[in-house]
Write a protein that binds this ligand. Structure first.
Ligand SMILES: *[C@@H]1O[C@H](CO)[C@@H](O)[C@H](O)[C@H]1NC(C)=O
Length: 182
């Protein structure tokens, strides 16, 4: 692990200037819904899904002690930030099967059949998909919340007690590069 981190840090130093010029700023996300348990929980990425309030993402990161996910937008598509050549890109499945499922693919993995890649945008400091705010549902993993896109289902995929949230964008000038778990 230490050797891996050392190599990673060296790569980080070497490739910092090689980022595509079109890449927008990197940011973290914070859930906002006052008087709810999800209020101020930071977004995480793990197991090809997006959470808020996870104690441990178990990702391979340049700064492994940090447990928040770092994102960036590129032409309406949303990515997890890393310095490696393996992209992790988000998708949304608003079909009857997906009910607003937000996931991410790693490298050349294909997204589910009905998945959409584009439609992400920041409005008034909040990240939205297709012009709508996101949804957080209580999750059994570490008392966290799973994060969903709005697809006309207020409690998607058999979840209960879900709440609408604003996903507040907090830009970071020193992003933590991570490869998140699949
Ligand atoms: C991270 O790893 C710990 C220890 O194996 C485990 O308890 C926890 O559920 C994992 N978290 C995720 C999000 O995979």
């Amino acid at each position: 692990m230490q050797i891996k981190n050392a190599i990673f840090a060296a790569c980080l130093a070497a490739t910092t200037t090689a980022l595509p010029a079109t890449q927008s700023n990197t940011f973290n996300l914070i859930a906002i819904h006052s008087a709810s348990g999800v209020q101020y929980a930071t977004f995480n990425a793990a197991k090809s899904s997006i959470f808020a309030g996870l104690a441990s993402q178990n990702a391979s990161c340049a700064r492994p002690e940090e447990q928040v996910a770092t994102f960036y937008l590129n032409n309406g598509a949303l990515y997890l930030y890393d310095q490696s050549a393996t992209p992790q890109e988000l998708y949304v499945d608003r079909s009857g099967m997906g009910q607003g499922k937000i996931g991410y693919t790693t490298g050349a993995q294909s997204a589910p059949r009905n998945a959409e890649r584009e439609g992400w945008a920041v409005k008034d400091g909040h990240l939205q998909f297709a012009g709508s705010d996101l949804i957080a549902c209580p999750n059994s993993i570490e008392n966290s919340w799973s994060i969903w896109a709005a697809a006309g289902v207020s409690n998607p995929a058999g979840n209960s007690d879900c709440v609408g949230i604003a996903a507040r964008v907090e830009e970071t000038s020193n992003p933590n590069g991570c490869l998140y778990t699949e």
